[in-house]
Design a protein around this ligand. Structure first.
Ligand code: PLP
Length: 395
């Protein structure tokens, strides 16, 4: 009999973390590897936020706090939703966890019974299906094509909803494609969801603040008919370059919020007291960082998209947000190049040119790869040259 539980056997370790780890190992072995696998901003946490954390330590804010967040942070989150999304919540509709990841995990653990289905549009963030499986649910993957901008359409949504559907996950701007849903697109999905009253919506808004051009962020809870069955998850990791601080949060129905707190009370208890104090400053303090950082990301996005599209065999859409691109390598797969899958493409790219990216199949769509451009423009220039040489060597 195995010592490992059956539920753990259903899941696999995060492939994006595996790529980052592999790149780290190769670098330690002396190879000049450029890692484009990691999903974190390369910017440092803004100074005012760091200072708030130092002050919290000096003030003795080093004890347990309320399990699902300090009143100060919950108030700051209530204000954030009001200010930025025109959404009204009370503090008992807010929960704070150790990163958005924990909030999502707790939400599934709190709500899924065996066999409950969760609709996950693909390409998806790698953790969604495994979290659902771990909680005993069934991921219902809906593939969204490049022609559809990698976004679920109302028609596909309608077809995917069944008797067992408990949740629909929406992630805009998206990891791994950077695609953002416009207000019109969200309202198109809302029309379908209004008719299916048993479906809950989980909106993952973690990349809300990383957006470009004239893309206007809109979140589905802004539709008043759906607000009562939407759990909106967000956090400070990506918006304020605070991935290591581990603070994420959600707003939604009291019943779910309370259940999430119950799980947290028997697992991790409160998120770090010092990180919570820092997150209060992130949300309440000056917001200039967001625009400055988005401008820098936009320059990198434009450079990466243009470079990729100049390579024969590669095709790359221009994303609305986040710091990822999801180019197609389909034309470079087949007998001629001897590369059968995107996984072969990615492996060979790492072996031959020391560039680490992640295969599209890890995100539920074959024939693509994900590049994170959250690294310096110098690194990106080197990486694009290497990808170009690699692709040219194939034909
Ligand atoms: N959701 C998406 C789409 C993500 O890409 C990530 C992080 O990579 C998260 C949620 C979780 O972020 P965190 O746990 O750092 O708040």
């Amino acid at each position: 009999m195995s010592i490992i539980s059956d539920s753990l056997k259903r899941i696999k370790p995060s492939p994006t973390i595996a790529v980052t780890q592999k790149a780290r190992e190769l670098r330690a072995a002396g190879k000049d590897v450029i890692g484009l696998g990691a999903g974190e901003p390369d910017f440092d946490t803004p100074e005012n936020i760091k200072q708030a954390a130092i002050k919290a330590i000096e003030n003795g804010d080093t004890k347990y706090t309320a399990v699902d967040g300090t009143p100060a942070l919950k108030n700051a989150i209530v204000e954030k939703f009001k200010r930025e999304n025109n959404l009204d919540y009370s503090t008992d509709q807010i929960t704070v966890g150790t990163g958005g990841k924990q909030v999502l995990y707790n939400a599934f653990m709190a709500t899924l019974n065996k066999g409950d289905e969760v609709i996950i549009p693909a390409p998806f963030w790698v953790s969604y299906p495994d979290m659902v499986l771990l909680a005993g649910g069934k991921p219902k993957i809906v593939k969204c094509t490049e022609e559809e901008g990698f976004k679920i359409t109302p028609k596909k949504l309608k077809k995917a909803i069944g008797k067992k559907t408990k949740w629909l996950i929406l992630n805009s701007p998206s990891n791994p494609t950077g695609a953002g849903y416009s207000k019109n697109e969200i309202e198109g999905l809302a029309k379908v969801l209004i008719k299916h009253k048993k479906v809950q919506i989980l909106s993952d808004d973690i990349y809300e603040h990383i957006k470009y051009d004239d893309f206007n962020f809109y979140t589905i809870a802004q539709n008043s008919k759906l607000k009562d069955r939407t759990l909106t998850m967000n956090g400070v990791s990506k918006s304020y370059a605070m991935t290591g601080w581990r603070i994420g949060y959600a707003a939604g129905p009291k019943e779910i919020i309370k259940a999430i707190g119950k799980i947290q009370s028997q697992s991790t208890s409160n998120p770090s007291s010092v990180s919570q104090a820092a997150a209060v400053e992130a949300l309440n303090g000056k917001q200039d960082f967001i625009q400055e950082r988005s401008d820098a990301f936009k320059e990198r996005r434009d450079f990466v998209v243009n470079s990729l599209n100049s390579i024969k065999g590669i095709n790359c859409l221009t994303p609305n947000g986040a710091f990822y691109v999801f180019p197609s390598c389909k034309k470079l797969l087949g007998k001629k190049t001897k590369l059968k899958t995107d996984t072969d493409f990615v492996r060979e790219l790492l072996e031959k040119q020391n560039v680490a990216v992640v295969q599209g199949s890890a995100f539920g769509l074959d024939g693509y790869f994900r590049i994170s451009y959250a690294t310096s423009i110098e690194n990106l220039k080197k990486a694009m040259e290497r990808i170009k040489s690699f692709c040219e060597s194939l034909s």
